[in-house]
Design a protein around this ligand. Structure first.
Ligand code: AMP
Length: 212
């Protein structure tokens, strides 16, 4: 199972990726998490990415494609995975297609998660993430059992710098301009299915399961 989760920031890609992975024995590949780990580790890449992420812009296609090739085809080589937050531009999608051709593999499905913009803004503003394991919470809809602490690992929860209102606007603009065209790209290939993501995470997951 090789699936891309497409959709604007805050639509619930991370949450759904975790649920699919739990039910289908797949791994979540989040380029955002990979970049945040680089930042945490204080690497050269992390230093470059930090500024870009804080501004709500995109990290360069070359860097992202290099990270993905290493993860999917060279180092870990997972069989079942959910791509969350990648690809985000047409050049990234083309680069991924080239890799599938080069390594003799293929993509199974692209799920486009959709929700109205006001709901997305609310979800981003109320999102909290675990500093240790990246588990995601929503202060109202999916709160942790103990305020401020992760249910899974006890790690401290924090608000991502790029989930603050000034940056959210920019990220949504970048999504519309650079990522939304991917829906037509995959629709033309016959790989795209849309999923209404306005309801609770469980309802959305049930819809996804029907498709899978
Ligand atoms: P995410 O956790 O997917 O919302 O990603 C957080 C930030 O990391 C994005 O706003 C971008 O700055 C950067 N990023 C993550 N994935 C990509 C990607 N595929 N291409 C470019 N930048 C990315």
């Amino acid at each position: 199972m090789k699936i891309i989760l497409l959709g604007p920031p805050g639509v619930g890609k991370g949450t759904q990726a975790q649920k699919i992975c739990r039910d289908y024995n797949a791994v979540q590949i989040s380029t955002g998490d990979m970049l945040r780990n680089e930042i945490k580790g204080g690497t050269e890449l992390g230093k470059k990415a930090d500024e870009i992420i804080k501004a709500g812009k995109l990290v360069s296609d070359d860097i992202i494609l290099g990270m993905i090739e290493n993860k999917l085809f060279v180092k870990d080589k997972p069989v079942n995975y959910i791509l969350d937050g990648f690809p985000r531009t047409i050049p990234q999608a083309l680069g991924l297609d080239e890799m599938y051709a080069k390594y003799g593999e293929k993509l199974d499905l692209v799920l486009l998660l959709e929700a109205p913009e006001n709901l997305i803004i609310d979800r981003l503003a109320a999102r909290r993430s675990c500093k240790v394991c990246n588990q995601v919470y929503h202060l109202v809809n999916m709160p942790p059992k103990v305020p401020g602490l992760c249910d899974k690992c006890g790690g401290e929860l924090f608000q991502r710098e790029d989930d603050k209102p000034e940056t959210i606007k920019n990220r949504l603009k970048v999504y519309t301009e650079q990522t939304e065209p991917l829906a037509s790209y995959y629709r033309e290939k016959g790989l795209l299915r849309t999923v209404d993501s306005t309801d609770s995470p469980e309802d959305v997951h049930a819809r996804i399961k029907k498709i899978l």
